[in-house]
Every structure is written in structure tokens, then in C-alpha cells.
Design a binder for this molecule. Structure first.
Ligand code: NAI
Length: 383
């Protein structure tokens, strides 16, 4: 079986991490399936390379190809600070309605972690990507717009609110919350993960965050009655493959430190998801290795989660691990688990052998730093 993967090289360290990671992905597929499965790579231009070759940072041909694509993968894209330049990442997310941001968090033995038992963490975070305070609807304090909204809220809605307030809006819809929760539940069922936790702040924000919780439970009960049970039903003796529960966001931060082994798939709103993804990645010492994907109902767009690392670009120092592990997620997404497992095992083996890129070497006792290219070669040899 062949799978077409559209790829964007990206800016800064993008070309280096691709040159190092892509051969490892191809080699893993070959090792697992011989010639019967193959990734077919098709490059799309974006960012600086797009500007160089077409004059556009997001050429029409790239958008057209992505419209019909199922699988895509990207290196980091720079966002020059300045007026009139929107982040390409945000643009892509909005254009293609990539509503679920998915981040697996897992520990690789040998890496320094700030906690005693990082190996107990094995979670996949599903973060809603399009709603919540991230919708970007806000007005600066003292502006005529803010004053108008404040006046409406106070005079017509009876809200107590100061004239001088900056105001932001937190829109959350049933459709937006349910489609995110649905993805998380389907993933748990497909990948045989036992628990889905709805993480929210519904005790305080009753209709937005509380809505997320209620819609999540409702969706699971209506759409997956045979596969999913609540914690309460489990306590009464029900037996189904997946348990759905919910935790208030602040308690969840305590839980993932104290009892991480109890959690498996976490579905959450945009802002909570932003916080918990990075906190968990740091907990396993793995910000530099963290992979991710943004998904719509038709397109899965895998990405390295780091930026363009301009200060080390072109110096053969970058760690290709985040891109490589994003590729392993892609392999899992298409059901090629054997190839993905080979990659995870190769990363573990390479870290255990302590020959790693400099960012990891600084986190591993007695490790020797190797370049981006050599690291890729070692990973390939360790498959
Ligand atoms: P960054 O992730 O590029 O760098 C942060 C630090 O981590 C730097 O010290 C860098 O050298 C190091 N680093 C990052 N990736 C590394 C790797 N693979 N191997 C070794 N070291 C690595 O974040 P920063 O500096 O905030 O952003 C730089 C540019 O990247 C900006 O234009 C930003 O907008 C863009 N960016 C793009 C992202 C994306 O495309 N998904 C995500 C984050 C930032």
C-alpha cells in the first residue's frame, strides 16, 4: 500500500531535520513491510522557500494540494516579527479547520526529568484548536470598542464590570466541543487506551468550560454506548473498553504529577490544552522531542513542535527527533504500527547509547554530542 504524504520542509533548521529524519521513516517502513508499503513524499512550498521559488510564502499550489490531502507533514515555519505578516501556522490551522491538536507525551529512559517517575507518564492530549479565548476576540482597555462592549454588558446584561476593563470573549460551541471529544474517544477505542479524561474549568466557567464537560459526556453516551462508560457506571460494575471521566483543570495538574499512570487520553479546551501539553512535555524532560499533529475531519497535518531555531540553523546541530516522532505518529495514524514501533525502539536505543544531538546530550549524564546528520544515521542503524 502506498500513502502520499505532502511535506513542507520549513525554515531555519527545517531542511536539516528533514534530511536526517526522512530516511529513517522510509527505512522503518521498509524494514517493517519490505516493498509492500511505501510513503510517497510530495513536496509543497511554503515559508522562505516558497518566497524564494514563487514569491509567495503560501503559494496557491500548496493550498490546492492540501485541500485534497489526507496526510501532510511540516517542519517549522518562521513568523517574522512585524506588521502585516500572519503566522503561517495559524493561517494553515484556520484555512483547513485543523480543530484538534494532538500531542502524545511519553518518556524516553535516560533523559533527565524533574520528577522521580517520568516513566509513569504515557498520555495523549487532545486540545481544541479553534475556539475559546484563542478565537482572538478581544478589545484593549479604554478603546471605544471596549467601552461599547462594557456598556452593553453592564446596561443591557446586568454585568458588573469596570469601565476601564479590557475585554475578551470565550466562545465555545456544542459542535466544536463534541467533535474534539469525539476524536479523543475514537482514538482511545482504536488504540486500546483505557481512559478519556475531559479536563475543564467548569466549576467556575459553567457554560463554556462546563459546556465542554457536559457535551463531552453527552457525545460519548449517544455515539459510543457500547464502548464507553462513565466512572460512575464502572463503579456500579459496568465493563466496557473505555472509561470517560472528567477533572477540573487545576486538580488535573496535581493528578498528572501525583498519579500520571491513571491517565491516558486527555481531551481539553484550547487554553487548558496549551498549558497541560507543555507542562507534561517538560515533566518527561522532552520538550525537544515532542511531536504533534493538527487534524481536521479529512486532513492530518503532522509537525515538529519546535520552531526554526535560527541560532543553530545550518550548523548541523539540530535535533531531528521531534520531526521523526511526528512521522511515527503518522505511521500509527495510518495503522502502520510495526514501523512506528521500530522508530520508538530506535529512539530509545539511541538515547540509551548516549550518542545524541547537543540539546539532548546536555540532559543525559555522560552523553557524547553528535551532529544532526550523524544522529539520523545512528537512528537509522538502530532500527
Ligand atoms: P524555537 O523552538 O525555534 O527555539 C527555542 C530554543 O530551542 C532555541 O534555543 C533553539 O535553538 C532550541 N531548539 C528548537 N528546536 C530545536 C531542535 N530541533 N534541536 C535543537 N535545539 C532546538 O523557538 P523560538 O526561538 O521561539 O522561535 C523561532 C522561530 O520559530 C519564530 O519565528 C517562531 O515564530 C517560529 N516557530 C514556529 C513553530 C512552528 O512552525 N510550529 C513553533 C514555534 C516557533
Amino acid at each position: 500500500m502506498e500513502k502520499v504524504v505532502y511535506f513542507i520542509e520549513g525554515d531555519g533548521i527545517g531542511p536539516e531535520v528533514w534530511a536526517s529524519a526522512r530516511p529513517v521513516l522510509d527505512a522503518a517502513v521498509k524494514k517493517a513491510y519490505g516493498d509492500s508499503n511505501k510513503l510517497v513524499w510530495k513536496e509543497l512550498l511554503a515559508g522562505e522557500k516558497g518566497v524564494r521559488e514563487t514569491g509567495e510564502n503560501l503559494p496557491e499550489a500548496t493550498l490546492t494540494a492540501l485541500k485534497g490531502a489526507e496526510l501532510a507533514m511540516k517542519g517549522p515555519l518562521g513568523t517574522p516579527v512585524g506588521k502585516g505578516f500572519r503566522s503561517l501556522n495559524v493561517t494553515l490551522r484556520q484555512m483547513f479547520d485543523l480543530y484538534a491538536c494532538i500531542r502524545p507525551i511519553k518518556y524516553f529512559p535516560g533523559i533527565e526529568s524533574p520528577v522521580k517517575h517520568p516513566e509513569r507518564v504515557d498520555m495523549v492530549i487532545f486540545r481544541e484548536n479553534t475556539e475559546d479565548v484563542y478565537a482572538g476576540i478581544e478589545w484593549a482597555a479604554g478603546t471605544p470598542e471596549a467601552k461599547k462592549v462594557v456598556a452593553f454588558l453592564r446596561d443591557e446584561m446586568g454585568a458588573k464590570i469596570a469601565d476601564t476593563a479590557a475585554v475578551g470573549i470565550k466562545p465555545m460551541t456544542e459542535k466544536g466541543c463534541k467533535r474534539l471529544a469525539r476524536r479523543a474517544v475514537k482514538f482511545a477505542i482504536d488504540q486500546k487506551r483505557p481512559v478519556v479524561t475531559l479536563m475543564h474549568k467548569g466549576n467556575i466557567m459553567k457554560f463554556t468550560e462546563g459546556g465542554f464537560r457536559a457535551w463531552g459526556y453527552e457525545m460519548a453516551a449517544n455515539e459510543f454506548p457500547d464502548q464507553v462508560m462513565t466512572e460512575g457506571q464502572a463503579a456500579e460494575g459496568a465493563r466496557k473498553p473505555v472509561t470517560i471521566n472528567d477533572r477540573i483543570a487545576d486538580a488535573m495538574f496535581q493528578e498528572v504529577l501525583i498519579r500520571p499512570e491513571k491517565y491516558s487520553v486527555v481531551a481539553t479546551t484550547n487554553l487548558n490544552g496549551d498549558y497541560i501539553s507543555d507542562a507534561l512535555a517538560a515533566q518527561v524532560g522532552g520538550l525537544g522531542l515532542a511531536p504533534g499533529v493538527n487534524m481536521s475531519d479529512t486532513l492530518a497535518f503532522f509537525e515538529a513542535t519546535h520552531g526554526t531555531a535560527p541560532t543553530i540553523a545550518g550548523k548541523d546541530m539540530a535535533n531531528p527527533g521531534s520531526l521523526l516522532l511526528s512521522g511515527a505518529m503518522l505511521l500509527e495514524h495510518v495503522g502502520w504500527f510495526e514501523a512506528a514501533n521500530l522508530i520508538h525502539a530506535a529512539v530509545s536505543k539511541t538515547i540509551a547509547a548516549r550518542k545524541v544531538t547537543i540539546d539532548l546530550a546536555s540532559q543525559i549524564d555522560g552523553a557524547k554530542a553528535v551532529g544532526c546528520r550523524e544522529f539520523g544515521e545512528i537512528l537509522g542503524a538502530n532500527l
